[in-house]
Design a protein around this ligand. Sequence first.
Ligand SMILES: Cc1cc2nc3c(=O)[nH]c(=O)nc-3n(C[C@H](O)[C@H](O)[C@H](O)COP(=O)(O)OP(=O)(O)OC[C@H]3O[C@@H](n4cnc5c(N)ncnc54)[C@H](O)[C@@H]3O)c2cc1C
Length: 570
Amino acid sequence: MANIAGDAAKNRTYDAIVIGSGISGGWAAKELTGHGLKTLVLERGKDVKHIKDYPTTSKNPWEFEHRGQLPVEVKKQNPIVSKCYAFYEGTEHFFVKDAEHPYVQEKPFDWIRGYQVGGKSLLWARQTQRWSDFDFEGPARDGFAVDWPIRYADIAPWYSYVEKFAGISGNRDGVPQLPDGEFLPPHEMNCVESFFQKQVASKYKDRQVIMGRAAHITAPQPIHLEQGRAKCQHRTICERGCPFGGYFSSNASTIPWAARTGLMTLRPDSVVHSIIYDEQKGKATGVRVIDANTKEEMEFYANIIFVNAAALNTNLILLNSTSSRFPNGFGNDNGLMGKYVAFHNYKARISAEYDGHLDSTTDGRRPNSPYIPRFRNVYKQETDFLRGYAAGFSANRRSVTNQDGLGADLKQSLLNPSLGGWSVGSHMMGETIPKETNYVALDKSLKDPYGMPQLKISVVYDENDEKMTKDYLEQMTEMFTHAGFTNIQATNTDRAPGLDIHEMGGVRMGKDPKTSLLNKWNQLHACSNVFVTDGASMTSTSTQNPSLTYMALTARAADHAVQELKKRNI
Ligand SMILES: Cc1cc2nc3c(=O)[nH]c(=O)nc-3n(C[C@H](O)[C@H](O)[C@H](O)COP(=O)(O)OP(=O)(O)OC[C@H]3O[C@@H](n4cnc5c(N)ncnc54)[C@H](O)[C@@H]3O)c2cc1C
């Protein structure tokens, strides 16, 4: 690609380049600048400045033209992203619209994206459960995927490191498959959730209902106040951007922290096209970028490159980075890049009613809910499917409004709703098995509006997922029945993969360059100054939400990169 940028190359040379400013890229920027590296952060989307660029954060429902709902026309134009529960009138500006960023669904896959400074960190549900050795040792024990090159002990200090800065609330529950972390005070369960917790404990020795660990500041510590963040206000409209910085996002936390060093240059509207490889030097020397506004092509240079474009886009960029040394994609000597993509199985849900505790209710809102850690195949293989599932759980008391009458009577009844019974519900979060046949690749002919090849996604649920789904529905039905819940509705939604928004793999870590792309420090085996620390690097997927693990791996890899730079090894 020709470099037509007019400025001198030295003005476009940095110590480090970070591709993407979302959850993992924000951490890369913070750590690298924190170690004194002049760092360029390239972000394909628009800038989103904390508070200033949250246009709907303080809007009341009646201030939205459509009272928060999306017009049918918008839904028709966006059939994929409209399936995401968080896409509504208050958030549509933070989601990628289907037609603007096309991809090829070789098999149905709902790819949900947030292209802006902060990426999906503005939109996420903030569940931050640690992974354990049951996850990192899983592939070696169960014989799926390939052995992780790290164990829990390698990452545990880095979990602590990122948890303290991000601010994670939770209980110290002592569940081996869900290690405790550095927690701020937990959110509380309501009486029916505690009741279910006790009912489950009374029947099963190996099952727990706990409060989810979530990235919300429940008691600000000096490090949070220093970031300019304050206590979570329980507004539960987090995905519009929080002016209090009550939940963790790159925008409220890592990106401004990196900016404060004076060492970060943030370049929004910069679509990274590919990574430049210098054959003489035997390393990456920079990246090619397309300016999203002018479509101008330019190059930026650095000693190290962190690829944090979110799992599938990271695959896309690396596959698109070809040279005579890497004709099949950057670092793709074994041809495995793009393969072994996996995700989470969110197919099933269950709901029910409960007639007890009618003398109690809850008031206010809570930005979090209880969580049931994985209990299947933990210590031994006990079912006919591999791995297991975690589950979300929550209970709410319905409020019933009488809409009969007119005038003052109607107003009176609308303002004084009566309380109905309790509704309870749960959704599954299963681990899917990374398989060679679940892959992403570049489409040979179709291009996106920036001239990049479109990503072709070929990912499906399999028999293991179906068996797991069935088991979740059976086990939850049994647990709900034991608790005395009634009108149990167990549903296999049969939805396509993708909506879990936990896509992982394609550039997996491993011990052996023949069977993996990255080493234990997230460095490409074939080019040690390129680091991949987002979901693309995941060897397997665990049942727990993944983003906390991306943060910890990123901080760990950045520390290693700096040590290696100092030793002149990269
Ligand atoms: C509604 C919702 C709920 C979620 N809930 C949870 C949860 O509870 N817990 C959890 O762990 N995870 C959750 N997630 C997933 C979580 O948001 C992602 O795992 C996380 O954001 C991934 O971090 P990342 O840095 O890899 O990607 P992102 O945060 O998506 O950031 C990637 C960035 O790279 C940029 N980029 C992409 N391509 C290029 C390019 N070519 N050039 C330059 N920049 C590029 C993108 O614009 C984006 O800003 C949720 C996501 C959503 C949308």
